[in-house]
Design a protein around this ligand. Structure first.
Ligand code: GDP
Length: 592
């Protein structure tokens, strides 16, 4: 059982994850990834390859576990020195990844967060008040990871529905004794919609009836093939209760952070989001924010939604007052005049006057009925154009009905329109379904139910976010509506047909009107309101519309081959004798 993961070999050689990823990419070795497990013999071969390709010799290998500060510093230097010139480096330095924990109820999300907090948070300094601020940081192998304390996809997606991009990596917890359940599927769909990388923690492996392979198989059937089976989904067996496998999970988080090159620039523009807020009886409004970029400092003037303030104090996850918050860090902010909403962005203002101005402008804008982000009804949806992605959340009463609806949906083919299922599940339309649709940024999201009702919380969310929702009793109606919506998204089609050609014989400048070309129709006909292409020396020099068509002084509808006429082209006066005018008729085909 002396199997090893590739990144472990690299670490022994003093090769950083970043170097390792680059070598693996350069080698282009099919299926070999940093997390792949290999046999002892394979490990020897990989060792040779790594030494050769990084130009390192074994004797140069650096000690395995440098101190926190040096590894961070080394990583920063490496990143800056290593980038090839042609490749534009992302600004900033690697920062702690922000991690959220999702999964089915009772699968161990809270236990996992508690265990990590208890065993990995460094001893708090004397005098600090330990309290939950909504997120905490742990140090592992000299690097820092930030965990969002509120588990579950509702919190995860509610923030995204407000536009907040907080989470960098999602941990999906699946209990090995229970396997993939309804909320596991839901959580996966929410993670997919967010586009963040996912690591699976197969939990409760200490239980006698635990069956981790069943979980692997269930996830593989859904398209998430474990990396140890040759796929690319990282799955770590753990016992959140006993702390088993937690180190490996943290290791994987750091590896994924490297893979995705998660970084922030402390000197860059501020990007920070509120993740939690409340009114404290003694301290006033308190908001926890996570900074993704830039630095937040005490005495900064900030605006959050429709409230503002000068930062009176910043408190870290161990209750300690700090002077500044750098990328990847959570902190409580004191000094706001009101309690902001989770998911709102923290922005910097130059001074209190500017902050007040921004806030009053926002309050004013709130009074006016705002344009909804989404069309509220299918009718409005139908009226929209130039959208080409339909993103659906589909709910049905039974597994059978759901499968039937999915099957039917799969048969829909609309040219230039992709129908994408964000999530499909059994049961009523819930708040989480609405939030999921509301969090979609690109494409046209809506929620459809087949033989199900909309639950009361979801109704509130529909009002708040204006997500279009419709329920059906007959599958055929549902499919027909979706087909119709898809076609409407394309808008009307314009079909051009060439109807004739005219040659310019001479031109006249008419004051107040422009240049009129005296032409002879060479073939076909010339029509009023037609589209026209001006051809000079075989090349189209202008495309536009016919502004007027006259026979002598008379306005006419069309002129036939052999006839002479006066043509003026809209917005084009540079017409010359010898130019050929190709005339087109435009037909509009409305979608069915
Ligand atoms: P959540 O709803 O996903 O947050 O789940 P909890 O963390 O509240 O855990 C639900 C139950 O599972 C609790 O009774 C935990 O003690 C138990 N549990 C969580 N993780 C483990 C584990 O690794 N092993 C065992 N045996 N029980 C666990």
């Amino acid at each position: 059982m002396a199997r090893k993961r590739v990144y472990e070999i690299a670490r022994e050689l003093g090769i950083t994850s970043r170097e390792l990823l680059k070598v693996l990419e350069d080698l282009g070795m099919e299926g070999l990834r940093a997390v792949s497990t290999v046999s002892e013999e394979e490990a020897e071969v990989i060792k040779e390859l790594l030494l050769e390709h990084t130009g390192k010799k074994e004797k140069e290998a650096v000690p395995e576990t440098p101190t926190a500060k040096t590894e961070e510093a080394v990583a920063v230097e490496e990143v800056q020195a290593e980038k090839p010139e042609e490749e534009k480096p992302k600004p900033g330095v690697p920062r702690p990844p922000v991690v959220a924990v999702l999964g089915h109820i009772d699968h161990g999300k809270t236990t996992l967060l508690d265990t990590i907090r208890k065993t990995k948070v460094a001893e708090k300094e004397a005098g600090g008040i330990t309290q939950s601020i909504g997120a905490y940081q742990v140090e592992y192998n000299g690097r820092v990871i930030t965990f969002i304390d509120t588990p579950g996809h509702r919190a995860f997606t509610a923030m995204r529905a407000r536009g907040a991009q907080v989470t960098d990596i999602a941990i999906l917890v699946v209990a090995a004794d229970d396997g993939v359940m309804a909320q596991t599927v839901e959580a996966i769909d929410h993670i997919k919609a967010a586009g963040v990388p996912m690591i699976v923690a197969i939990n409760k492996i200490d239980k006698p009836n635990a069956n981790p392979d069943k979980v692997r198989q269930q996830l593989a059937d859904m398209g998430f093939v474990p990396e140890e089976w040759g796929g690319d989904t990282i799955m770590v067996p753990i016992s959140a209760l006993k702390g088993e496998g937690v180190d490996e999970l943290l290791e994987m988080i750091l590896l994924v952070a490297d893979l995705h090159d998660i970084r922030g620039d402390p000197k860059g523009d501020l990007e920070a989001w509120v993740i939690e807020s409340h009114l404290d009886p003694t301290r006033g409004p308190v908001a926890t924010a996570i900074v993704k970029n830039g630095t937040l400092k005490v005495r900064d003037v900030i605006v959050v939604g429709t409230t503002w303030g000068r930062i009176r104090a910043l408190v870290d996850h161990q209750g300690k007052q700090i002077k500044e918050v750098t990328p990847g860090m959570p902190a409580q902010i004191l000094g706001l005049s009101d309690v902001p909403q989770p998911g709102e962005r923290v922005e910097r203002a130059k001074n209190p006057r500017e902050a007040e101005k921004i806030v009053s402008a926002r309050l004013e804008a709130h009074k006016k009925p705002s344009e909804p982000r989404f069309p509220r009804t299918f009718e409005e949806l139908f009226a929209q154009k130039e959208r080409k992605k339909l993103k659906l959340v589909l709910k049905a009463a039974t597994v059978g009905a759901l499968e039937a609806a999915k099957l039917e949906l799969g048969t829909i083919e609309i040219e230039n329109v992709d129908v994408e299922l964000l999530h499909a599940g059994v049961g009523p339309i819930t708040e989480s379904d609405i939030l999921l649709a509301a969090s979609v940024e690109e494409g046209e999201p809506f929620v459809v139910g087949f033989g199900v009702r909309v639950d009361p919380k979801a109704k509130k969310a529909i009002e708040q976010y204006g997500v279009p929702v419709r329920t059906y009793e007959i599958i055929y109606d549902l499919i027909q509506d979706i087909e119709r919506a898809g076609k409407r998204l394309l808008g009307p089609q314009y079909v051009e047909t060439k109807v004739g050609e005219a040659e310019v014989l001479r031109t006249f400048k008419i004051s107040g009107v422009g240049v009129v070309a005296g032409c002879r129709v060479r073939e076909g006909k010339v029509i009023r309101n037609g589209k026209v292409k001006v051809i000079r020396d075989g090349q189209a020099v202008f495309t536009g519309e016919i502004a007027s068509l006259k026979h002598f002084a008379q306005d006419v509808q069309e002129m036939k081959e052999g006839q002479e006429c006066g043509i003026r082209i809209k917005d084009f006066d540079k017409i010359k004798p010898g130019d050929i005018l190709e005339v087109y008729e435009v037909k509009v085909i409305q979608p069915a």
